[in-house]
Design a protein around this ligand. Structure first.
Ligand code: HEM
Length: 293
């Protein structure tokens, strides 16, 4: 599909920088969005718009909503809505810094840069716990089926909904677990990525087995590790044709389905969570026609 922001379907980059913006009170974002739509190619920079931004424009996109806040036993899933998300993708941190500063300045009439997260590929695509991440991701036509809106008409087709959460790992806790406990928490063997048939039902891949849901809950994960000083973890990024699959997965992880929380929560927790609508492209630039822009 040539009207999808190509960064969504491409593998995660070597280096990434996430810029999260709030909208300045009382501003009209129309002008800034017009400039943004001509600046962004969807490949080097993927863009998502939050619900508060659309409300300020008196527009809506069916399916875009606020990130849910769930609570389970000793588990809190925060919801931290923001206006605009830019995922800068590249090979070089310096280039990302300059691209991000340029975007910040260009958007400053309406947007305040709330947060910057530096992220990177670890090995061939591992989480910082050492486990391979993304093995069961849908590919090719299946990735498009899971992640891309189709059959809704021009301006919507080619768009995607993205859930973004920054997870903070507790490495001391993780390292205090035996190799077997670690493997059982994920449900895969770290040494060779083999799925463990006899993993406990709290194992992450048992909780999130996409085919075990009715309907099946496939999402396209494009997560990358992040760090700031010695604080580090995973920026979990999941694209979907709606948020439904992500929400049933997360609810089961929290234990809302059967009271069994995901073993991941023993050593990591999300510190924020937001939803965005990622517009399609037209002639290589963002197509905001669904918002009347
Ligand atoms: C720090 C947070 C997380 C870490 C470290 C993590 C790590 C992993 C790892 C290592 C795998 C196994 C390999 C693979 O198939 O990718 C996996 C699978 C998966 N994860 Fe996560 N994950 C995290 C959060 C989440 C969240 C929040 C969701 C969705 C709400 C999720 C959904 C999935 C799904 C759907 C699979 C594939 C399951 C299957 O069908 O086999 N993960 N994750």
């Amino acid at each position: 599909m040539n009207n999808v922001q190509p960064g969504i379907l491409a593998p995660p980059p070597l280096q990434a920088r996430y810029l999260v913006f709030t909208q300045k009170p009382g501003t009209n974002a129309l002008g800034a969005l017009q400039i943004l739509s001509n600046l962004v190619d969807g490949e080097k920079t993927v863009v998502g718009l939050g619900q508060s931004l659309l409300l300020s424009l008196e527009e809506s996109i069916e399916g875009l909503r606020t990130f849910p806040s769930y609570v389970g036993a000793s588990i809190e899933i925060p919801s931290t809505p923001v206006a605009l998300w830019c995922w800068l993708r590249g090979d070089e941190q310096g280039e990302l810094l300059h691209r991000g500063r340029f975007l910040q300045k260009t958007l400053s009439s309406a947007f305040h840069l709330e947060k910057v997260i530096d992220a990177f590929r670890y090995g061939p695509g591992h989480d910082l716990t050492g486990y391979e991440d993304g093995t069961e991701n849908p590919e090719g036509a299946d990735a498009i089926e899971a992640a891309i809106v189709r059959g809704q008409g021009e301006g919507l087709d080619g768009s995607s909904f993205v859930a973004v959460q920054q997870w903070l790992h507790n490495f001391d806790q993780f390292e205090s677990m035996s190799a077997e406990e670690q493997d059982n928490s994920i449900g895969r063997r770290k040494s060779d990525n083999e799925e463990l048939e006899d993993a406990p039902s709290s194992a992450h891949v048992k909780r999130t087995a996409q085919e075990s849901f009715e309907p099946e809950a496939f999402i396209l994960r494009r997560s990358t590790p992040w760090s700031e000083g010695n604080r580090a973890g995973l920026v979990f990024v999941a694209f979907g044709k709606s948020f439904d699959a992500f929400e049933v997965l997360l609810k089961r992880m929290v234990g809302l389905e059967d009271g069994i929380p995901d073993a991941l929560f023993q050593f990591t927790r999300p510190i924020n969570g937001s939803y965005f609508w990622c517009p399609p492209l037209k002639e290589g630039y963002l197509d905001l026609s669904a918002l009347g822009i």
